[in-house]
Each structure stands twice: as structure tokens, then as C-alpha cells.
Design a binder for this molecule. Structure first.
Ligand code: CA
Ligand code: CA
Length: 208
């Protein structure tokens, strides 16, 4: 049998996990407008430790490129990019990353740190992490990388030249630099938990 205190710790853990699942939308094209088409002037997006979701759409004709930059601060790293939503029909899309706050060329693979075709191949489909695919390079000639991306500015470029992407969501998961703040529920539970710990083991221990 669990003691009341153990139940409280369980509630605390559940509340904490619920808090870490909170997603933060850092750009929604439906509300904030189309992401930049200009590789030399990307939309700069602010990120925070935890979940950073970019959601939008592209068209093939006229071609809508979505180009945006993020900056990973000292002590932080980009550990995953989850392709949360990808609504393009039976096709895959070009996704690339360049080091720095521009993509210096849209026609030169060496200008890129990584590149991938996402949306239709195993491991790079809806629900998958596509950061590793960027590093592994669908098209050789870029730099490539493995593992997380450390401190620095990175520019991402998404486009789909065949059918467009009616809806996508990419979740940039950042670790470090303070992590995710504890949810308010934890602070509400904490005084009760401390009182219960003080009261043990006489009155509040249900059984041993
Ligand atoms: Ca767009
Ligand atoms: Ca755009």
C-alpha cells in the first residue's frame, strides 16, 4: 500500500510532467503572417528552453518559401525538431538549415549545414524527429552534422515545389539554460506535501 505522502509525490510528478508537455507556439502564420521568402532576411524567431512550435503553410505556385532563424543561447542546445504536422499529399518537402542568420545561396548545397526531404520517408514522417535527417543529408555537398546543434544562430528553409504544404507544424525542442519552469500546480501542492512529510509516520501513513 502506498502512503499518503507517496501519493502526493505521485501527484507532484504527474503535475510536473504535465507542465513539461506544454507546447509553446513561437510563430503561427495564420495569426502572425507568412514567414520570410527572403533567404538573406529570414524571419527571426525567439525561442526558449522546451517546446518551440512553428506552424504554417506553403504553396508551390507561386512558390512560397518559409525561411526563419533561431538563436541557441550559451548553455542550450537544439536536441530535436519534431514534424508534428505535415499535411502535404503524397509528397515530401525540402527542409534545410544553414549556420548563421542567412542562407547565403538557394542554389548551392555547400551553403547549407544540413538538408533533408521530409514528410514521406521512414524516420522523417509526421511524428518523427527530422533533426537527424538534416544532419545526415539527403543531398551530399552540405556540411552535415550529428547529434544536437549547440549555441549559435541557425536559419531554416522549408519549401515544397510540387503541391505545397497546406499545413505543417515543426517543434524545435531546446534543452538547457533553465529548462522548463515548474507549473503552477507544483507550487500549489508543495505546502501540503511539506505538511504531510512533517506529520509522518503517526497519523497520515495509511499502512506499511
Ligand atoms: Ca508560408
Ligand atoms: Ca514564406
Amino acid at each position: 500500500m502506498k502512503t499518503i505522502t507517496q501519493y502526493c509525490w505521485l501527484m507532484l510528478l504527474t503535475a510536473t510532467l504535465a507542465g513539461t508537455a506544454n507546447a509553446g507556439i513561437i510563430h503561427d502564420e495564420g495569426a502572425s503572417g507568412d514567414l520570410s521568402d527572403n533567404n538573406l532576411a529570414p524571419t527571426a524567431l525567439a525561442i526558449a528552453p522546451g517546446s518551440n512550435i512553428v506552424t504554417g503553410s506553403t504553396t508551390a505556385s507561386p512558390l512560397d518559401r518559409d525561411i526563419f532563424s533561431i538563436t541557441i543561447a550559451a548553455g542550450q542546445e537544439l536536441v530535436a525538431i519534431l514534424l508534428d504536422t505535415y499535411n502535404a499529399s503524397d509528397d515530401q518537402s525540402f527542409f534545410a538549415v544553414a549556420a548563421g542568420n542567412t542562407v547565403s545561396s538557394l542554389v548551392s548545397l555547400p551553403a547549407l549545414l544540413g538538408n533533408a526531404l521530409i514528410g514521406a520517408t521512414a524516420g522523417a514522417m509526421e511524428g518523427d524527429d527530422v533533426l537527424d535527417d538534416l544532419g545526415a543529408l539527403t543531398f551530399a555537398g552540405s556540411t552535415g552534422f550529428s547529434g544536437a546543434l549547440g549555441p549559435g544562430t541557425y536559419t531554416f528553409w522549408l519549401q515544397e515545389t510540387t503541391v505545397g504544404i497546406p499545413g505543417y507544424a515543426l517543434d524545435f525542442q531546446v534543452r538547457g539554460g533553465g529548462e522548463i519552469p515548474l507549473p503552477a500546480t507544483v507550487w500549489l501542492l508543495l505546502p501540503a506535501l511539506l505538511m504531510l512529510r512533517r506529520a509522518r509516520p503517526t497519523a497520515l501513513t495509511s499502512s506499511r
